[in-house]
Design a protein around this ligand. Structure first.
Ligand code: CA
Length: 228
């Protein structure tokens, strides 16, 4: 049985999340405290972590920072509505996805399943990815759209290849810059929007209504997941 650790200080939310995860077949560990969450994560090695960012004592962002020193366990953070900076900070510290409160427990279960699926897929190296009529061939450094080879700049290719490593995962602008240039400067993050605009012009059938490279407002970009 796969186990999910839930770190949430609101008892009502914690018990609702427990109930839905248990009904979905997961073993569930619950704590209301960030430090206890870290201890449990290290001692019990859950398969995924659901982490509220607004915790008393040790803040959720500090929990991720500390956890990521020695763990790659998939983490879904729970964030307050409207707090986009927390969402971005959570992803940049290494969270895998986020759900905005108030959320539907079914949606949370779906997100947990998705991060588990993606972390298993990411463990296998992928040289070639096909989404609809888009083919990203990382091994040959080649992109094909509807049977036609598309020429991308190294930065455009780097952004697309990064997104293609984990379709469905949201990458912040800072993470995309890191992946492409190996560093990130806040002032340059808007440059990613320019590269994405050019990339869409080359690979999207309708750049005004993207099908492949999708915007996640206030957070970043994601590549559409291939149809199952
Ligand atoms: Ca809270």
């Amino acid at each position: 049985m796969r186990t999910v650790l839930v770190v949430e200080d609101e008892p009502r939310i914690a018990s609702l999340v427990r109930e839905y995860l248990e009904n979905a077949g997961f073993g569930v560990l619950v704590t209301s405290d960030g430090r206890a969450g870290l201890t449990l994560a290290r001692a019990r090695r859950p398969d995924a972590v659901v982490l509220d960012l607004g915790l008393p004592g040790m803040d959720g962002l500090d929990v991720i920072r500390d956890l990521r020193r020695d763990s790659t366990v998939p983490v879904v953070v729970l964030t307050a509505r409207g707090d986009e900076s927390d969402r971005v900070a959570g992803l940049e510290l290494g969270a895998d996805d986020y759900v905005v409160k108030p959320f539907s427990p079914k949606e949370l279960v779906a997100r947990v399943r998705a991060v588990l699926r993606r972390s298993e897929a990411a463990a296998r190296p992928v040289d070639r990815l096909v989404v609809g009529e888009l083919e990203v061939d990382a091994a040959r450094h080649r992109v094909i759209v509807a049977g036609r080879i598309v020429t991308l700049t190294p930065t455009e290719f780097g952004i697309l290849a990064t997104l293609a490593r984990e379709p469905g995962r949201v990458f912040t602008r800072g993470q995309l810059l890191d992946a492409v240039h190996g560093f990130s400067l806040e002032t340059y993050e808007r440059a990613v929007d320019g590269h994405v605009k050019n990339l869409r012009r080359k690979i999207e059938p309708d750049p005004g209504a993207p099908r492949y490279v999708l915007t996640v407002h206030g957070v970043g970009y994601t590549l559409a997941e291939p149809a199952p």
